[in-house]
Design a protein. Structure first.
Length: 245
């Protein structure tokens, strides 16, 4: 297989990573900090995304990259598909790929296409959402963040160890059933009920390049994917790719 594109950086090379369903770039920034050159794709207009990106349907974009062979530019793929049934965003793609009803879980077709790439990949999902293998579960307390924000990651074509879960230091700040609780974490979802301000969210998540609440509440803290990215680069180096720091 053709070697993926490598981007020059001081002291080494950056392999290129495809970030699907990229939102405002929380995952992307972590991978960038780990040492990847990141290209995003999201169906929503995301002017705050900090790296080159394609505005369009993520599954259609991935299918086109596979069909044309352009996927060979990449060394790794991250995907955070919306998992709600009945999502209308990729109905056309689902039909074109023979995936049937419009009420589908996008995790399954995403995984199917990722397997076709032959590349190592990550699928990310929150707790309680669509079913993936929980090869990794990460928490903000593992990285000293001001959010708990558990996230699960399925690793395709590679593996790494699950870090030990760090006990939480207290409660998430805010109202529960009409009672206010204080604590060392803020709630990175919703608006109201003692929810944090945008600057508090930015500080808690480690995200500075967007001040859009909806983007912050949907984001993956970059610390998570920086951790994953460093281990992914170790895997890629073991396969013979020049990813020296």
């Amino acid at each position: 297989m053709t070697q993926p594109t490598l981007f020059r950086r001081a002291g080494g090379l950056r392999p290129c990573l495809l970030d699907l369903f990229s939102c405002a770039g929380g995952a992307a920034m972590g991978y960038h900090r780990a040492g990847f050159a990141v290209h995003g794709c999201d169906i929503a207009h995301r002017p705050n995304y900090p790296f080159p990106h394609h505005h369009g349907d993520a599954l259609a974009h991935l299918a086109a990259l596979i069909a044309t062979g352009e996927i060979r530019r990449y060394a790794f793929v991250h995907a955070s598909p919306p998992c709600q049934h009945g999502c209308a965003l990729t109905v056309g793609t689902n039909a074109s790929q023979g995936w049937g009803r419009s009420h589908v879980d996008l995790v399954a077709p995403t995984r199917e296409l990722l397997e076709q790439t032959g590349l190592p990949y990550v699928i990310e999902q929150p707790n309680g959402r669509a079913k993936i293998r929980k090869d990794l579960t990460l928490c903000g307390e593992m990285f000293g963040l001001g959010v708990i924000r558990h996230r699960n990651f399925e690793l395709g074509g590679w593996s790494t160890e699950q870090p030990a879960h760090v006990p939480h230091r207290g409660r998430v700040r805010g109202y529960r059933h009409g009672q206010y609780f204080d604590g060392p974490y803020v709630a990175a979802y919703g608006n109201g009920g003692g929810k944090p301000t945008v600057p508090e969210l930015q500080a808690a998540m480690g995200i500075t390049w967007t001040d859009v609440r909806e983007e912050l509440t949907e984001a993956i803290p970059p610390a998570y994917t920086e951790h994953i990215g460093r281990h992914a680069l170790t895997h890629l180096a073991a396969t013979g790719l020049d990813v020296a720091a």
